[in-house]
Design a protein around this ligand. Structure first.
Ligand code: DGL
Length: 271
């Protein structure tokens, strides 16, 4: 197959990366995509970096077997713990999610007080503190909080019910008290909970979902490597998961607002 016609490979620990896929499909409607969600081993956010590296290597091997032309790490935790490894082994261009999110947050803030939420691994790695300071300099206040239960809520489909709102209030109230004007959703699962999160933060705090900027970076990388699909045929979308295809299909269709009819189960431990 001619290189440009090959699919873009996108992966996450579960459904969260669909928030990135949605933007890629919208921005580049001519591109074929393959999505892998590691729902059988989610969450990644509390696991050791060694485990995340092992999982990541397996997923990259799977995506290579799908002959992808570019890999999107649609997971902040993997971007924080294993982006260099993906770049080393991928053999194709790689786009991660940290830099686009940091850029968007710096651009959005007026009072230079930014809240960052993510998984325990992402927050502990301080990757966003470094990325934001690299862009904006040291004179910027950053307040971080790990919100591990958000991932379970997102995978369960409890995106904006009373429990999601109560948990969001518990996690976010201390951040809001720091007078932030911008909240960076530093986990790709969190945009699924935007209803519950914005119910707590209110209209004065801007929520940053990096998906759109990630899509821009994907387009830039494809252009640079002469890999834009000439799109002579309608695109095709492959969906793969390491766990129940029914759950993936139900939640994925609800989020993408279009039916995903064919989800395949992969035994990722074989890779
Ligand atoms: N969606 C992922 C992220 O962006 C990982 C969430 C998890 O599995 O804990 O960090």
């Amino acid at each position: 197959m001619c290189a440009a016609k090959r699919p873009i490979g996108i992966f996450d620990s579960g459904l969260g990366g669909l928030t990135v896929l949605k933007e890629i499909n919208k921005e580049m409607p001519g591109e074929n995509t393959v999505y892998f969600g590691d729902s059988g081993r989610t969450p990644y956010g509390n696991k050791s970096p060694e485990t995340i590296v092992r999982y990541t290597r397996q997923i990259v091997r799977f995506l290579q077997e799908q002959q992808v032309k570019l890999i999107v790490i649609a997971c902040n935790t993997v971007s924080a713990c294993a982006a260099d490894i993906v770049r080393d082994i991928a053999g194709v261009p790689v786009v991660e999610v940290i830099t686009p999110g940091a850029e968007a947050a710096v651009q959005a803030t007026n009072n230079r007080r930014i809240g960052v939420i993510g998984t325990r691994n992402t927050i502990t790695s301080e990757v966003y503190i470094r990325a934001i300071r690299d862009i904006a300099g040291p004179n910027i206040a950053i307040f971080q909080r790990a919100c591990p239960m958000f991932v379970s809520l997102a995978e369960e489909g409890w995106w904006d019910n009373s429990i999601a709102r109560a948990i969001a209030a518990e996690y976010l109230t201390p951040l809001i008290e720091n007078d932030i004007d911008t909240l960076l959703l530093g986990c790709t699962h969190y945009p699924l909970l935007v209803g519950a999160i914005s119910w707590v933060t209110g209209p004065a705090i801007r929520l940053i979902n990096a998906g759109r900027r990630v899509a821009d970076q994907v387009r830039a990388a494809l252009t640079e490597h002469d890999l834009i699909n000439p799109a002579e045929h309608p695109p095709w979308y492959g969906f793969y998961t390491s766990d129940s295809t029914d759950q993936f299909q139900e939640m994925g269709s609800a989020f993408l607002k279009k039916p995903i009819d064919d989800v395949k189960r992969v035994n990722i431990e074989l890779y």
